[in-house]
Design a protein around this ligand. Structure first.
Ligand code: ATP
Length: 406
């Protein structure tokens, strides 16, 4: 266990691993960046070990001391029981890159893995440089064990949800009930505001539906081979709403089902007199299944045995503040959180331009904030350097994953 800020941000003697790709750019000309294209070994962060000052108690994984035996990743990768990793944080901090790199790392360590984007603004396809759209599982080429990716189309998933709910509260039932003089009863369905909810979905609804859709996939025998499921979730606000949504939806669907029961018993006598058939015999079943899946989503998020929420952040005051709030909210909702990934850290450099030295100081301040933050200081930190090119495709993700997930 070592300190974070000093070890990461102290200058290092020049290293063959750090080469500038910006030599023609005046602002960045004297800065050393981690270069994916020039680096062959992922052991970049060990460079900073000799510069660390033991200043605080933060646990920093990638600069592990020689006495440490089991790594964080050893813990994450061990066991064949299915585990879920949800990666979330502020918009643009690198959630997708970190989620995709973790999925590649699991697949390269023997786990058949599924990586799912539940962010309505998907970037998994961009990250893997492969078309993953279509709402179905797509095999990703490259890793040693099977890796599949899934981008859930939120609108399509919402439509399915809507049609399942309308089977009980839609115009078909209303017309029939109106015909029976019982329209008033059906109007109560309107008060549940489910239709409104689906017309202007609150942040989090798409994700709740997306995750329930994943559970639906995983229930089928053809997909039960997956032992690691990695979720690339939507930015913080959506995720927080998602946590309370399953309860809310569960309650709404529960009310609909109760009302349905009332309607059914009130009309069954009339139906038998008129000899009318119930033309949607499985509607309640479908809705009940949906409700059950929502309950599973809620349980999944709180299951310390199989699920972990990993917060991804960058070393800026704004991102750290948001991560702290996210951590507090997750704790309040009893969602298990153990690790914090700090992404885009400027790697050690022998010489700094003015821009970089200011940036470094800024990052140092943010890293100190993490160390002093009551919410974040208890988490194990995993660091990712800022690399000098966009992380796209399996080789680049593998490179990043080998650095972060140690
Ligand atoms: N460590 C890094 N070094 C260099 N570039 C990075 C790093 N991490 C992420 N990026 C780049 O930053 C951009 C945003 O990353 P990414 O899409 O992973 O973020 P995100 O948090 O998922 O974004 P959003 O909230 O919009 O979904 C991408 O272009 C990605 O390649």
């Amino acid at each position: 266990m070592t300190t974070l800020s000093s070890s990461l941000l102290s200058s290092s003697s020049s290293s063959p691993l750090c080469k500038s790709r910006f030599s023609s750019t005046p602002l960045l000309s004297r800065t050393n960046f981690i270069s994916f294209s020039t680096v062959t070994s992922p052991a970049i962060l060990s460079l900073s070990v000799k510069h660390q000052r033991h200043r605080n108690s933060l646990q920093v994984k990638s600069v592990a001391s020689p006495t440490e035996t089991a790594s964080e990743f050893d813990e994450m990768v061990s066991g064949t029981k299915r585990k879920y990793y949800m990666l979330g944080g502020k918009g643009g901090v690198g959630k997708t890159s970190c989620a995709a790199s973790l999925a590649v790392r699991f697949a390269n360590n023997g786990h058949p893995t599924l990586v799912v984007s539940t962010d309505p603004a998907h970037s998994l396809s961009d990250s893997f440089a492969q078309d993953l759209t279509g709402g179905m599982l797509v095999p990703v080429e490259g890793p040693e064990s099977p890796l599949f990716a899934l981008e859930i189309n939120p609108e399509k998933a919402r439509e399915e949800f809507r049609s399942a709910s309308q089977m009980n509260g839609g115009t078909g039932v209303k017309d029939f009930m109106d015909g029976m003089g019982l329209g008033m009863l059906v109007e109560q369905l309107g008060e549940l505001k489910l239709g409104e909810l689906l017309d202007t979905p609150p942040p989090g609804l798409d994700e709740a539906i997306a995750i329930s859709k994943v559970i639906q996939f995983l229930e089928s025998p053809e997909y039960n081979m997956f032992t690691r499921i990695v979720f690339d979730t939507a930015p913080t606000g959506h995720t927080l709403r998602l946590l309370s949504l399953p309860d809310f939806l569960d309650a709404s669907i529960g009310k609909i089902l109760k009302l349905r029961q009332k309607i059914t018993s009130a009309t069954s006598a009339i139906k038998s007199v008129f000899g009318k058939e119930d033309n949607k015999p499985d509607a309640a079943d479908k809705l009940e299944k949906l409700r059950e899946r929502m309950v599973k989503v809620r349980e999944l998020f709180r299951d310390t045995e199989s699920t972990e929420f990993v917060i991804v952040t960058i070393p800026t005051v704004m991102a750290v503040s948001e991560s702290s709030r996210l951590s507090a909210s997750l704790k309040k909702e009893s969602v298990p959180v153990k690790r914090l990934v700090v992404n885009q850290i400027l790697p050690p450099s022998s010489s700094d331009c003015k821009f970089c030295s200011i940036k470094r100081k800024d990052q140092m301040r943010a890293l100190d904030m993490i160390r002093e933050d009551s919410e974040l200081s208890g988490l194990t930190l995993m660091q990712a350097p800022l690399v000098d090119m966009e992380i796209r495709g399996v080789p680049a993700l593998r490179f990043l994953g080998d650095i972060i997930w140690k």
